[in-house]
Design a binder for this molecule. Sequence first.
Ligand code: GLC
Length: 424
Amino acid sequence: MRWIHAAGRGLLVAVVVLTGYVASGVQGDGARGGGRGPLTLATAGDLTGYLGPLLDGWNRAHPSERVTLVELPDSADETHAQMATDLRGDGRSRFDVLNIDVAWTSEFAAAGWISPLPAGRFPLDGFLPPVVDTATYDGRLYAVPYVTNAGLLLYRKDLLDKEGVAPPRTWAELEKQARSIAPKYGLDGYAGQFLPYEGLTVNAAEAVYSAGGSILGDEGERVTVNSAAAREGIGFLARGVRDGWIPEKALTYKEEESKKAFQDGRLLFLRNWPYAYVGASAKGSPVAGKIGAVPLPGPDGPGASVLGGSNLAVSSHARHPDSAARLIAYLTSEATQRQVLTKGALPPVRAALYEDPVLIRRFPYLPTLRASVLAAAPRPKSPRYDQVSLAVQAVVHDAMTGHQTPEAAVRRLARELADISRRG
Ligand code: GLC
């Protein structure tokens, strides 16, 4: 069920940390002339607007190594497309440091777009173990974990309390409450991120994993999706739209649109990342004080979340690799990671912060989040992950819009994934 079993993952982390090899690329004063100097940092849309001010701190202290932030679109896929176009461009890349989705490390590394990092320069023993695994490819460290993420179910606590029911632990309870309680209050039932893009891949994978299925084998090649569990997972999402407890407009939602629907008081249940819980609980939000967050439900009890987040990597075209490595060390230091949480509302990668009593008082969901991150299932480590994800999105969208039954959709997905594996 997990792409990489927990024990294997621990071993991989240990190997990477202990070898501490010095690879070509980012080391000492940098391979490509002038190790230190100004940089650009490319990132997907900064939804909480914290990164500019955080980099101002670095820029004030390092005037000769100033960082210019290049903010790409909110959607993971559009950011991926822009980064890939830039990195393919024969040494004329605009980007030095890349804040890449955890799902892309293998693809970027296999394509030679990012440089391996000297593990000795980035001790990773204080990081949550699953996040370290997302930064490695082929036994080498290609990035440093920066932000982690796990899906949560947000719910309207005020309304469930009024109805005298506990938040759902199973799909049947979610469906029942979405069908019976939401309409009473003029709300839609349930939404996630269902537009065809990476967010839909995440939501679909969560449904499949929660039912006990998988999409590819642990090695990221063998196609395992043709199963009763996958049909059940996709069937859950398709049924929601067909029966109306997932509103049709949710088929156009990414993270922000779905967060807005919940925050504006139009939804009873929302699957989203923790930043949405922080935003919807903040002063000024119409639902502040009225919401709660629990683990995602599954068929017979709590389900599985996909591991989200991003890693910092150095472009193989970086102009100043030593400064790039220094910036990454700064952004992943414990002090900056604290700000990633307090200013950015994003889950940090350093384990100690989840046990800090001051932070727990301010962000009471931290222990739940830690458990969700530790239990979350990573996406496949495939050098062709972009194609895998596109196939999942297209097929699951067809099932959710009723163009294909879940059974036919799963069979088609299995065929398409097998084609991708064969093409190599
Ligand atoms: C969040 C996650 C990322 C995921 C994306 C999907 O940004 O951190 O890992 O791919 O959402 O939309």
